[in-house]
Design a protein around this ligand. Structure first.
Ligand code: CA
Length: 224
């Protein structure tokens, strides 16, 4: 799951990024409205966290312009305490939810979970492919009864593959959902991670069928 944080206060933006990364989200940060709009309209995010008072382009305008462009990414607006009118205007501009500053990190996480659980892209808490299970809430991954330990990045990659089980995903799609904008991606980065994942979810289970497939010339998929 990839999230864009648009917030001009560096301290807040960076602490949100750090916290979300610990929760296995992939996070990009934009420190002004116009950079935020550019990233949101060109990259593929699962949620956008958008401050209202921003240099270069305010949050409401960012929100309105994205909706006008047909971008339906869920948007969570951050407002300063007491700006009730902002909330109303924000929701009218196409935002999905709002959170009043100061907020607790737990509250932010709950809102993000609620937004990504919406029926539009209904996301189950436990993803299952054959006997492989990935729990997006407690981060447990199991094949049969065997618990599998993954690094954060391996977990993000497996989660993305499992959310699109039985579909072939290109390297480009994988990179844009699993790595953030600033990441150093080498030509073989995806292959290396796929190989590591295979070593953990398929190779130890020799009596079971392999789940992770390379579709030569196209990309990768999990499940038949
Ligand atoms: Ca601000």
């Amino acid at each position: 799951m990839r999230i864009l944080v648009v917030e001009d206060e560096h301290r807040i933006a960076n602490s949100i990024k750090k916290g979300l990364e610990q929760e296995r989200y992939v996070v990009d940060v934009a420190y002004n409205g116009s950079d935020g709009f550019d990233l949101a309209s060109t990259e593929d995010y699962d949620v956008i966290i958008l401050d209202l008072l921003l240099p270069k382009m305010d949050g409401l305008k960012v929100c309105r312009k994205l909706r006008e462009e047909g971008k339906h990414t869920p948007i969570l607006i951050l407002t300063a305490k007491g700006q009730i009118q902002d909330k109303v205007t924000g929701l009218d501009s196409g935002a999905d939810d709002y959170l009043t500053k100061p907020f607790s990190f737990e509250e932010l996480l709950a809102r993000i979970r609620a937004l990504t659980r919406r029926p539009k892209n209904s996301l189950p808490v436990v993803l299952t492919v054959e006997d492989l299970q990935l729990n997006t809430q407690n981060f447990e991954v199991k094949r049969g009864k065997q618990i599998i330990l993954l690094s954060n990045k391996e977990f993000s990659l497996l989660e993305y593959l499992m959310r699109h089980a039985h579909q072939t995903l290109t390297k480009e799609q994988i990179i844009s959902h699993v790595w953030d904008y600033d990441a150093d991606i080498l030509p073989n980065t995806v292959e290396v991670y796929i190989r590591n994942l295979r070593r953990k979810i398929d190779l130890p289970f020799k009596d079971k069928k392999a789940l992770l497939h390379t579709v030569r010339g196209f990309g990768y998929k999990i499940g038949d």
